[in-house]
Write a protein that binds this ligand. Sequence first.
Ligand SMILES: [Zn+2]
Length: 229
Amino acid sequence: MYHAPGEETERSKGGGKEQLRDWPIGDISPRWRRAVFLDRDGTINRDTHFPYRPEELEFEQNAIEGLRILSTLPLDLIVVANQAGIALGHFTRQQMSEFNAALRSGIETAGAHIDAFYYCPHLEPKHLKPGQTPCDCSKPAPGMLLEAAKEFEIDCEKSFLVGDKRSDIAAGKAVGCVTILVKTGKAGREGSALNVEPSHKAADLYEAAVMVRSYLQRESDERVSRAPS
Ligand SMILES: [Zn+2]
């Protein structure tokens, strides 16, 4: 079944699966099978408290520079964003899609790219009343990463996650990613109750991208040094 971006999809009623991908629409052709999962608000763009108006879009410190580096690497760049603003009634899926499109356009204009946007439209654990069960896609749960991994055939244990919140780090760790906490946005101050430590800390998305690039560089150096002479 075809769904326009942002169109309401039916919540799963035992068996049916809710669409967590905002973009691209349609079938996926897996490419690198290895990803950098990126948080959105506070990591790529400024977290201006439930941003959704394209005119509110402001990139985080050095985020564009970081995305330019990541765009040169053999990795799928996949945004995984909790968007509880939808369940809270701050904005609609359609408005989120428009914001994502503006974000993508700004990134592409700067000579970088994003390969996909996944989102969770549900309440986050902190919004739930006692007795309510959290969904399996709101970070710290890894549902969005698992969905993206299935669709893009990604090996999560060879992949990376970059985010500004402990809940991002927890989601990345749950699937075996190398995790990088950036000091932009919430800078790890939120969700300190989650007892998780990132693999690395970085000042911003640029520094995180440099770290990811060095990982790949080290791997290729090791391959060369192991090769028979
Ligand atoms: Zn969810």
